[in-house]
Design a protein around this ligand. Structure first.
Ligand code: ADP
Ligand code: GLC
Length: 480
């Protein structure tokens, strides 16, 4: 099949979260299965500076209609592996910036312009380069307009750009909401600026465009596909989702074994497997040193790696600080984002510098070291569309502590509830729920044989992308 993907992140070129990992792994897996895959990505500074992307060639100069203006852009392309072409939509004014979405304090004010431009540029390139896609697969709000723009452009030009469109919701909390006046920049017919179009409570939502106008809609776990039909998890979009249930499905993300495999991980000081865990002890010592702790420490190490946002349950962790202050354990957090959360974690680390450590940066190597060197991985998310770290944890022999939501509930088995099959600990997404799970973790860690059994079961689970890739292939063929 000829498959075109469009997303705002793609590992290893640009990443702020799991979107990059998921799109990176899926597109490679599809290419390896022999499909002809193109991926469109904004030409961010970081992406263009990546050594592979530095070889990108100028393919097209395009003019994109934005309201009553035409804005020019350059389309550069390179091929990082067989059957895979990455297209960078370049316009310095929009994408030559330090970070993809904002300056750390707040989102860029021109994000509507930037991502409407990106989406239009993708469709315009598909038309001019005559890509003739079987499937166009857009991800998240930044590419949400694409399914709609494909059909509008086909109508306007009497051409066929793609046979079917697919839209994946990686997180319904991010809806691409912008003031109503932004609609004019889309050049879409006025009737689409209504309740059954992309209008959303007197604003516009780019995410809604993807949900309503793609032929198929997917989420990144089966449970999340159910959850977002309810007011509790739908973030206001549950009504919109309900209109698409017949075309909605949930396909679980996988683990990219080329990147996340303790037996081959080059970012670790030592490698290991379920059969031989010596390397894991070496990682533990290195992690303790990196955090400035006593390397011979024998108690439980709790690790956490995440964007600091409400979603990730950081406040539940903070509310349980007494556990970490009073017990003979260590807490090592890698995360940046919300300044208040960062400040509170930093203050906690300053209060107990021998027990609690925060690295408030983006640090790929450290994220691998925490996965490998910890005994428990803490992920008490309030909601979680899929979540990748709880899967990485199991593969790395680090027992995950997760809340019973979304993809976390789909990928972890509670070891107290299911003693024979458990691979982690699951709790309610609440302060008391997490507290209970932390105490159960301490208990588990004290029972070496039981801990080892839980760890071994986790390491032997198959989270490879094979299953997910087959799922997407089936979805594409069914749609076609
Ligand atoms: P989300 O996409 O909601 O952030 P996921 O669990 O799907 O959550 O994916 C998060 C990804 O981002 C993981 O690969 C994780 O290791 C990575 N990550 C999060 N924060 C950091 C950080 N500060 N440094 C390095 N990697 C990080
Ligand atoms: C989003 C979600 C996360 C998911 C990732 C990749 O960032 O928050 O749960 O794993 O997308 O699909």
């Amino acid at each position: 099949m000829k498959i075109v993907h469009a997303a705002s992140e793609l590992f290893p070129f640009i990443k702020t979260g799991g979107l990059a990992d998921a799109v990176g792994a899926l597109t490679c897996a599809l290419a390896d299965r022999g499909h002809e895959v193109s991926v469109f990505l904004p030409g961010y500074r970081a992406a263009r500076e990546h050594p592979d992307a530095a070889k990108a060639e100028l393919r097209l100069r395009i003019k994109v209609e934005m309201g009553d203006q035409f804005l020019s852009g350059d389309v550069r392309a390179f091929s990082p592996r067989k059957n895979l072409t990455v297209y960078l939509i370049c316009r310095e004014e929009f994408f030559d910036r330090r970070a993809p979405y904002g300056n750390g304090e707040r989102d860029y004010e021109d994000n509507a312009e930037r991502f409407i431009f990106f989406s239009k540029a993708v469709v315009e390139t598909m038309r001019l380069a005559d890509l003739q896609a079987d499937i166009v697969h857009a991800h998240d709000w930044q590419a949400g307009l694409i399914p709609l723009l494909v059909r509008e452009t086909e109508r306007r030009h009497g051409a066929t750009l793609a046979l079917k469109t697919v839209f994946t919701i990686h997180n319904i909390a991010y809806q691409g909401l912008f003031p109503a006046g932004t609609f004019a920049r889309t050049n879409l017919p006025d009737e689409l600026n209504q309740i059954d179009g992309i209008e959303y409570y007197s604003q516009i939502s780019l995410l809604k465009g993807g949900i309503l106008f793609a032929d198929r809609v997917t989420t990144v776990s089966p449970r999340y596909a159910q959850e977002i039909q309810t007011p509790e998890f739908g973030c206001g979009m549950d009504g919109v989702i309900q209109t698409r249930v017949e075309d909605l499905s949930g396909l679980l993300n996988g683990v990219d074994e080329a990147v996340w495999n303790p037996a081959t991980d080059v970012l670790l000081p030592a490698r290991y497997s379920a059969a031989d865990l010596k390397g894991k002890s070496a990682c533990r010592v290195e992690l303790l040193k990196r955090a400035g702790f006593e390397p011979k420490f024998k108690g439980a190490i709790f690790g956490m790696v995440c964007r600091l946002t409400e979603q990730k349950g950081v406040d539940l962790l903070l509310a349980n600080q007494d556990f970490f202050l009073e017990q003979d354990v260590k807490l090592i957090v890698l995360g940046s984002g919300d300044k208040r959360m960062e400040g509170e974690l930093q203050a906690l680390a300053a209060q107990a510098p021998k027990k609690i450590y925060l690295s408030a940066r983006l640090d790929e190597a450290m994220s691998h070291l925490i996965e490998a060197g910890s005994d428990f991985f803490v992920m008490p998310s309030l909601f979680e569309p899929c979540g990748l770290n709880q899967m990485y944890s199991q593969v790395y022999g680090t027992v995950p502590i997760v809340s019973r939501v979304g993809g976390l509930a789909d990928t972890v088995i509670d070891a107290d509830e299911f003693p024979a099959t458990g691979t982690g600990l699951m709790c309610a997404p609440s302060v008391a729920g997490l507290s209970d799970a932390l105490w159960r973790a301490q208990q588990l860690f004290g029972e070496a044989a039981r801990y080892a059994a839980v760890q071994q079961r986790g390491m032997k689970r198959d989270f490879s992308w094979k299953v997910a890739t087959a799922g997407y292939e089936k979805l594409y063929s069914d749609a076609l």
